[in-house]
Design a binder for this molecule. Sequence first.
Ligand code: TIU
Length: 232
Amino acid sequence: MLNASKPTSGTIVAEPEPIKLDWSTTALVIIDMQRDFMEPGGFGETLGNDVSQLARAVKPIAAVLARARDTGMLVVHTREGHLPDLSDAPPAKVERGAPSLRIGDPGPMGRILIRGEAGHDIIPELYPLDSEIVIDKPGKGAFYATELTDVLEKYGIENLLVCGVTTEVCVNTTVREANDRGYRCVVMSDGCASYFPEFHEMGLKMIKAQGGIFGWVADSAAVLEAMKTSTT
Ligand code: TIU
């Protein structure tokens, strides 16, 4: 329920142009802020990545999450991962490349990228409230093989405020899926991060280019400003 004393809509100063959103039809979607991507010993590091590159997204997300909770916006967290028997993990994904540990192998935070393991869980700073929605997804996109479409329809959601990791992989895939399904996506630039800073930059450019071919891009300061200023 939206908080009656808070603004019901706001205009985000975004690129390629400002966008006015009604908070009752907007969901904050936080993509895969899991220990497996953010911490040493998880899936991200097994792929050879420097996980410290992702830490910068935590504070901006925490600030917007706090404001979204205060405003009463729908909050959706996603987690990438697989069933313990790997029945939802395509061999083409599990066998890919030469990681130090493969999906399902035992690691310091439990089995790599497996639901229910410590590494699969969301980092403490952004931990979901019991009232918030958690979508477990086997793929990079949050719509593929999940209940996300049903959830968004149930709550009458038309706009997604998207953040999380990584910019060019799960964030971009989800935004592309959402755009084709008719959702307006505003991607929070400093609330996303990549193991590759240049991919982060280009991933955001790809979204907002061509008049916003996939959506809009704004930083957390612009989002926070819009959420405190009523334009109704
Ligand atoms: N490897 C990488 O950059 N990302 C992923 O595997 N998943 C997500 O982005 N969540």
